[in-house]
Design a binder for this molecule. Structure first.
Ligand code: PLP
Length: 388
């Protein structure tokens, strides 16, 4: 059966070049990067080359990159590495769980957290961040691009506010890296998270940019790896893969590859909105990363549509989470003001480098008929169609 994968915000396939770069580090180059002999020197050099590649992608110094086990750990390290009891943190209501649940944990540990709302387009208003500042504010953590809608946040404006107030600024850029150009100085952030498997690198590896001079407490104690900011023998093959993925991401951005992806994404939106009634794009009027669209299909359970499309070979996703047996609508979409039923009726299509125009055609042929079939089963839709 033919399968098309449009869930690249969940995870991207490893590019063959990335796998090729990693392969020797599973076999002949096995040394511990901390060892001083030849085998260690070989893997140390590979780790440092990868660090340079990641730094080039973010336009920072190699020494400012800390390798982690992924985006979640990078987010946690940024937050727990800086914030302690009595501190105040500013974050948003649309953060990924890696930031949101870390901040909720802080609330239970004697910290105060201000949750900044978003508007109907899915964006934080920087003046709300300004107003939320307090004398004990230690950290602002606002994501760069939302994982569900792709909406970009006004991070340079927030960076300016943070700098003026002398408060640390962390941005979770896991869904922005490789999709838009990043310059940490232009953003004005002190910390920035990224993840390998969102940029066609391996799962289980990520990085945190830590601006020079930032005093960050480690979360994991052990040896003096990563300049004592993250103990543990380096995941050399993973780090090499992340470095290669970063190099390819930068080359793709420079070539303008993402323009093609944006055109495919726009075609998905146009065709669905034209061909299927009572649909719309969540976050349509905001600046967005080029690979993501989040579309609501009223009178449908998003989960049911995901399953029906999967049975026909198309992989997409909802932002909904199953908690205690009930499907909770996405916290991101409800924060944007969507009614819970519309939030539950929303699907995310997210493209990757491997997707083709032909795959878009395949999926666009499937979606309208699948939606129509599910709506036939919906008493609410039928009443509406009958005009009652
Ligand atoms: N932050 C955002 C915005 C994400 O989309 C994700 C993953 O979906 C993460 C953090 C967590 O990254 P990882 O899967 O590498 O732990």
């Amino acid at each position: 059966m033919r399968r098309v994968y449009f869930d690249n915000n969940a995870s991207t396939p490893l590019l063959p070049e990335v796998f090729g770069a990693m392969r020797p580090y599973f076999s002949e180059h096995f040394g511990n990067a901390s060892s001083i002999h030849h085998h260690g020197q070989e893997t140390r050099a590979a780790v440092e080359r990868a660090r340079e590649r990641v730094a080039e992608l973010l336009k920072c110094r190699a020494a400012e990159i800390v390798f982690t086990s992924g985006g979640t750990e990078a987010d946690n390290l940024a937050i727990f590495g800086l914030v302690g009891a009595g501190d105040h943190v500013i974050t948003s209501t649309i953060e990924h769980h890696a930031v949101m649940n870390a901040c909720k944990h802080l609330e239970g540990e004697g910290c105060e957290v201000t949750w900044i709302p978003v508007d109907g387009k899915g964006q934080v208003d920087p003046s709300d961040v300004q107003r939320a500042l307090r004398p004990n504010t230690k950290l602002i953590s606002i994501m760069m691009a939302n994982n569900e809608t792709g909406v970009l946040q006004p991070v340079p404006e927030i960076g300016k506010i943070a700098a003026e107030a002398d408060v640390y600024f962390h941005t979770d850029a896991v869904q922005a890296v490789g999709k838009v150009g990043i310059d940490v100085k232009q953003i004005g952030c002190d910390l920035l998270s990224l993840s390998g498997h969102k940029i066609h690198g391996p799962q289980g590896v990520g990085a945190l940019y830590v601006r020079k001079g930032t005093i960050l407490h480690p979360m994991i104690y052990g040896g003096r790896h990563e300049r004592s900011r993250r103990a543990g023998t380096e995941n050399v093959a993973g780090i090499v893969g992340l470095g290669k993925a970063a190099e390819l991401a930068r080359a793709g951005l420079e070539r303008g590859d993402l323009n093609e992806m944006a055109a495919l994404r726009d075609r998905i939106e146009r065709t669905i909105l034209r061909g299927v009634d009572v649909t719309g794009v969540n976050g349509e009027r905001a600046p967005r990363v080029p690979n993501t669209t989040n579309i609501y299909f009223d009178y449908i359970e998003g989960e049911a549509l995901v399953i029906a499309l999967d049975l026909k070979g198309l992989a997409v996703s909802t932002g909904a989470a199953c908690s205690s047996g009930a499907i909770e609508p996405s916290h991101v979409l409800t924060a944007m003001g969507l009614r819970p039923d519309r939030a539950r009726a929303s699907l995310r299509f997210s493209l990757g480098k491997q997707n083709t125009a032909e795959e878009v055609d395949f999926s666009l042929a499937l979606v309208p008929e699948t939606v129509a079939r599910l709506r036939e089963l919906s008493p609410v839709y039928n009443r509406q169609a009958a005009g009652s």
